[in-house]
Every structure is written in C-alpha cells, then in structure tokens.
Design a protein around this ligand. Structure first.
Ligand code: GLC
Length: 413
C-alpha cells in the first residue's frame, strides 16, 4: 500500500483559490473523477470554482454538491471538435475564438484565483492560451494517454511539447499516462479515487439471481471495445445460451458511427435477443448490481480505467484487458492472489473464455471479487487523490506569490 499522505494544515493566508476549467459538462470519466476529487477537497485549504465551457449535467451535479460553477460558453464548433481532429485544427479552432479567450481571461481575473487547473485536453490548450495574460500558475490534469495509439500523431506531439513548457505542473491519472509525458518538469500521479460511499460499500456475498448478465459500462467508442464484447458474446452464448449482455453508455465526442457498427454487429451475429444496448445510466451502481461480471474491453491501453475500480469496489467480478492504468489497478501474480481476470486487447476468444470462467466457477469469481474489493477500497480513495492535488496547488500558489513578491522587490521605486 502506498504511504499515507499527511493531512495539510490550513494556510494562515486563507484557502488557495483554484479555478478548474473543463470544456465539457457531459459526464465523462474525467468529469466523474473531478466530482469525486472535489467531494474530498478540504474547503478550509482550497476554495475551488469550476469554469465550464458549456452548461450540462456536470454543472448540476457540482451545484448540487455545493460547488461554485461559472459557465463561459465556447462556440459549439470548437467545443465539439473531436479528439481525433488533430492539434493544428484544434489550435486553429482555439485561435478563431479570441472573444471566448477574452471572456475567459476576464472571468478568471474577476474570480481572482491563485491557480488555474485544466482537466480536459481542450481546456489544457485554451488554458495555455489564457494563462499568460493572467500571470497565474497553470496545472494540467491529464486523463488521456498522450500517445499515438490514442490520439492523432500531431496532436500527441504538440500536447507533449506544450506539457514540457507551458504548465507549471502536470497531474497524470496513472503512471501509464505519466509515461507518455517525457521531460515534464513537475509531474505527479494522482489516481482517480473512489467516493466515500464507494469506499464504504460492502463486498457482494453472492451473485445476482437469475440468468447471468455480462455487462460493460462506459462511453461507446472504438477504444473502449464494445465491438469485441459483442463478438465474444456470440462465443459465450454458444455455450451458455441463457447469458444476457448489457452495454451501458452512449456515443459521445463523435463516436455515433461506432454505435451503429456495434448495433449492426449484434444483428449480423443474430444476438438481438441476447445483447441490450441500454444507453446512458443515471446511476451506474444500479447497473453494477445486476451484473454477474463486469467487462472492460479497451482495445488500446486505458489511461486509467475508473470503471474497473468502481466495479471492484461494488464487489462485481471483473474481466479486463491488460495494459495502461488497468495494470496499476489489477493485482496479478500467483493463482489465488489475483483480483481480476486479464485478457489481451482485441481478442474476443480470450475474452469469451474469461467470461465463461467466471460463469462456470462462481465461488472462485466471488473470492477474487472480495480480494479486489479490499484492495481497491484501500488503495484508491478520492481522499488520497485530493491530498496529492491539494499539496500541488498549494505549492503552485506559494511559488507564484513568492515570484510576485520578488518582482515587486526588484521594481525600481
Ligand atoms: C478518462 C480515461 C479513463 C480514466 C478517466 C478518469 O475518461 O479515458 O481511463 O479512468 O479519464 O481519469
């Protein structure tokens, strides 16, 4: 287990004011991580305000939790440029929005923040354009692996270069993400954490009643691999025809074509009676409750894999593809010590075999799930992540105020 981070004492100068910038208010992985991070931040030490570039469900969830939110609307054409559009197009798009940038700078000045923290790639780039005018330290929170299997080559190259020079520091959501950012001067890893409620959840003592349900929860996207699950479903259903499959989540950020492909594959394989594509779930815990096994089928190394920790905390047996952050979550090693079954990406045969292993040996699966529950609730609390990020914000604010004092001292009178 990592060493405990000592709690910070409040600063006599008052809490650090941090503006957290996100271009989207849809509830993606980074946004859920932000909600939990803020739930665990000590408000006597940090005074956060979230600046969103569009209204949406994240705004409501933040406000319900008592957080200050400001919306500075960004032209939808820029906001919805997909991650695969390329850095040049993204930067051009950003450059066509000087009005937005002027508003953003004015808003951040009015909010009088000490630190600017950006939590999505678009917010990183726009934050980079706004921060010099503010003379405030910029912290990037990177939730994506900045690699060419995940982003277009030029985007990855540009983001890596900027990460070295522009932000004061970078927070990576896993060691795997951190490894894609070579040469960054100040780089810390803060795994997205489980909420207080998730940490307190009791492990499952038995599998749900009825026919087995194999599920996948997350955005529909080629990198998440719903298509691999559908193909594995055909194999599983051939041996266990009573098995049902639930694909929970919706297409977002331009992946509607992929959703069509997944639906077509379900039809083509004659699986319409077995596979349900149920859309976005307001409460993923209700979905987890019905699952006999939770599948994580990413086809490229996952930056972190929040849904894996969530399923484990909820006591659900997990089958996941190895690589990226998943290797930091799942314990492998001697039989009897592992916390999930791991398979190679894009391999429907291995995936089907692992799912069948869970269905055929339920006692082993429950034992593994109980170990996983104990392990992730001990290692991945949002409180731990909040401590890491809070001390970085304090350091950034302290460094900035010392620099300002020095500038003041050398100014000729
Ligand atoms: C992004 C990543 C995912 C991670 C989440 C929280 O959604 O794709 O792997 O779990 O951010 O950091």
């Amino acid at each position: 287990m990592p060493p405990p981070v000592p709690p910070a004492a409040p600063d006599p100068a008052g809490p650090v004011r941090v503006a957290i910038l996100d271009h989207t208010a849809e509830l993606g992985g980074a946004e859920l991580a932000l909600l939990r991070l803020l739930e665990s931040v000590d408000r006597s030490i940090v005074d956060p305000v979230v600046v969103l570039f569009s209204p949406g469900p994240l705004q409501q969830r933040l406000e319900q939790a008592g957080h200050a939110v400001v919306v500075v609307p960004l032209d939808a054409r820029v906001r919805d440029t997909s991650r695969s559009a390329g850095a040049a197009r993204m930067l051009r798009a950003a450059a066509t929005t000087p009005v937005f940038l002027a508003r953003l700078v004015a808003t951040l000045r009015r909010l009088d923040v000490d630190v600017v923290h950006t939590t999505s790639l678009k917010a990183d780039l726009l934050g980079a354009l706004a921060a010099p005018a503010l003379r405030r330290p910029l912290v990037w929170h990177v939730h994506d692996r900045i690699a060419t299997d995940y982003l277009p080559r030029r985007t990855a190259r540009a983001v890596r270069a900027l990460a070295r020079w522009v932000p004061y520091a970078v927070v990576a959501n896993s060691r795997a993400t951190a490894a894609t950012l070579p040469g960054v001067r100040r780089l810390v890893v803060a795994h997205p954490g489980l909420s207080v409620e998730q940490v307190a959840a009791a492990p499952r003592s038995r599998q749900p009643e009825g026919p087995p349900v194999v599920g996948m929860i997350g955005r529909l996207s080629p990198t998440k691999g719903q298509l691999v699950l559908v193909r594995a479903a055909a194999r599983v259903a051939a041996t266990r025809p009573d098995t049902r499959f639930r694909i929970v989540g919706e297409a977002a950020f331009g992946t509607e074509d992929y959703e069509r492909r997944v639906r077509d594959e379900v039809e083509r394989l004659g699986l319409a009676g077995h596979v349900a594509i149920v859309g976005f779930a307001e409460d993923p815990r209700r979905e987890l409750d019905r699952l006999t096994v939770c599948v994580h089928a990413s086809t490229v190394p996952e930056p972190f894999g929040q849904v894996v920790t969530e399923a484990m905390a909820w006591g659900v047996p997990v089958v996941a593809t190895r690589g990226g952050g998943v290797d930091e979550i799942v314990r492998t090693g001697a039989p009897g010590h592992e916390t999930a079954l791991l398979v190679d990406p894009d391999d429907e045969r291995q995936l089907a075999d692992a799912v069948l292993a869970v269905l055929d040996r339920p006692a082993d699966a429950l034992e593994r799930a109980a170990r996983a529950h104990a392990d992730v609730t001990a290692r991945f609390s949002a409180a731990r992540g909040a401590q890491v990020v809070t001390s970085l914000w304090r350091e950034a604010a302290g460094t900035a105020s010392r620099a300002a004092a020095a500038r003041e001292a050398i100014r000729p009178s």
